[in-house]
Unconditional design. Sequence first.
Length: 380
Amino acid sequence: MKVVVGIPSFNNAETISHVAKVAAKGIMEFFDGDGMIVNSDGGSSDGTRERFMETDTFGIPKESFIYEGIPGKGSAMKAIMEFSLEQGAQAVVFLDSDLRSVKPWWVERLAGPILRGEADYVTPFYLRHRFDGTITNNVCFPMTSALYGKKVRQPIGGDFGVGKKLLEIYLEKPEETWKTDVARFGIDIWMTTTAINESGRILQAALGTKIHDVKDPGKHLKGMFLQVVGTLFELMVTYQNRWMSVWNIEDVPIYGETPEEEIPPMTIDVDNLKKLAKETLVVPEYVNESAVREVKEDGTLSLNSWVDLLYRSAVQYRKTRDKTVVENLLPFYFARTARFAEEVKSLSDEEAERYVYEQLGVFLERKRLLKEEWEVEDKG
């Protein structure tokens, strides 16, 4: 079988049928119908699985099951990986179940390069609103780029293509892995970081606009932030011998043309972010006083202070393996997101995107301090 499209879900009855139907069209149109669609569900109570199975998928076979393990996106995706290997699939395409902008050609963009032997892992390259993807813009994109030297714009995008070889690498990891935040929202950063370090053959697929159920960072993203950043810090320990020798950032090729599409407007509550930053501020001894002062004064945080704090927190996490270190970052994330929103508010979409890329220079420049402090811990 060429391709399995896997859709992890939990209470997505409103949107899953659309994703399944579009996936079926993609398999028919681009892969001669040689594939199937599988839904891995977390025990939805809104009829998600029934809605999925009732969907007309034009003769493309489909299956839905409730996954086992810790409730979370990672457990859902692991079950899809196992199912796909059993089916002998050459590639798996993961699609988020809340996607409104998915097109049949997304399936080809994410799976085609794998089936042609050009890549083992394909990440999405979207047009997104500047206020969407705040964890990506402020943490995962710059950290992945500076640490591992690969400019992967959406390392936690959710919609991925994965080849058989990499599926086997993922599933050969110790069972303990799936008892961590990798079983939850840590899955995407884990998959991307593992792919960079253990496969290296990565492409980005131009998918156009991502329209999904957007989340306000101050109201909905706390759990995701803790799980993603905790996993990112854990991976820094796993791959320390890799990132400590990387001092250049390479472009990752983009497959396909980015279509001209409108990005739907969205807002975030900046005042609420500032308020949360001030109210939830915790001041551990490893945090720079100037960063604390910035947050106390106006609830925002400069880029330089944010980069220093992320790196110091990574070192502290490595020392203690204590999740409190990640929790302590949360008010500073709110503050940085508020400042970022203010900085890009009056820019065009292109200028805002350029600004996100320009931040990489600061992350790379200050990485030497990270390496020094990390090595001090080694000697200690």
